[in-house]
Design a protein around this ligand. Sequence first.
Ligand code: SF4
Length: 317
Amino acid sequence: MGCPNTCAFCNQRAISHTVSAPTAEQVSGILKNAFENIPDGNTEIAFFGGSFTAIEREYMISLLEAAQPYIKCGKASGIRISTRPDKIDDEILDILKKYNVTAIELGAQSMDDEVLSANERGHSAQDVRNASELIHKNGFELGLQMMTGLYRSTAEKDRQTAFEIIGLRPDTVRIYPTVILKNTRLGELFQKGEYVPYPFEECAELCAELLELFEKNNIRVIKLGLHASETVESDMLGGYYHQAFREICEGIIFRKKIDAEIHKSGKFTVFTAPDAVSKAAGHKKCNKKYFAEKGIYIKIMPDKKITGRNIIIKKDE
Ligand code: SF4
C-alpha cells in the first residue's frame, strides 16, 4: 500500500502473499496470537510489504496503535517498518518516534540513477542519501535494501551500489537478487528480450562477494534472496530466485577460501565451525564435487574451537 508508483519489478501482492491490507483489528488479532507463544521481550513487530510511511496517515497510525500494548508491556522490543526513501521527512520521523518505531528500512535498490529510472523507481540515489542521514540524525536503526541484477544494471554497478551503501553506515542490509514476476513491466521487457539478466552463477558469486564485503564493514546482512514462497514461485518468469540462495552464496565463500589454500591434488580434511559444515560442503555438496573434478578430495569435519567461516586444512596421509 501507499506506493505512488509501480516499480518495474514489483508485483507487491505476489511478494507479500496478500491481496488486501490488514485492518488495525486484524493486526491486533495477529499480534495477540503471535505473542501468546513468545516468552521474552526480544521480539520486534514489523510492518513490511509496501511503503509504510506513504500510506494514508490515519490508517498508518491505527496500525502503530495496534502494536503499542506489546511495546508498553515489554513483550516487544520495538517496531520495524520498511518504506521508500522519498517518503521520509522530519514530520513523519516525529510520528514514528512517538509510536516507538525503532528501525526504518529503506528500499534503496540501486544507487545508480540510470538504473533507478530504468526500473521506474520514482526516486533518486540522492533521496536515499538524504533519508539515511535523517534516520541517523533522529536516532533510528537504519536498514538499507538493495537489489542485484536489475534492468540496465551490471555486476559492476551493483558493486558500486554496495560501496555507496556502506558509506551510508546502515546497521542492516537486505540483498534481493531481482526476481522477474508476471504482470510487471520487467516481465514484459524480459519476454520481449529487452531485459536479459546476467547469469545466475554470476549473480550468486557477486552476492557472495557483497555478503563478505558488508560483514567486513560490520553491517549485518539480515536477508539474502527473497523469502521462499509458493506465490513467488508460481508468478516467477525468470531472474534469481532459489529457496536456498543464501546457502549457495555461503558455499561460494567457502569454496574460494578452500581453493586459495589447496594447491595440489590429494586428500584433505577441512575443519570448520560445527554450524558451518554443510555450508563448507556447498549446496547439495557442490564444493566437494567441484574439488573432486580437480583431483582434490575433501572431507569436512566440525571443530568446536573454530568460529565463523574460518577453516583449518590438513593433508590426509
Ligand atoms: S515502492 Fe516498493 S512496494 Fe511500491 S511499487 Fe516499488 S517496490 Fe513495490
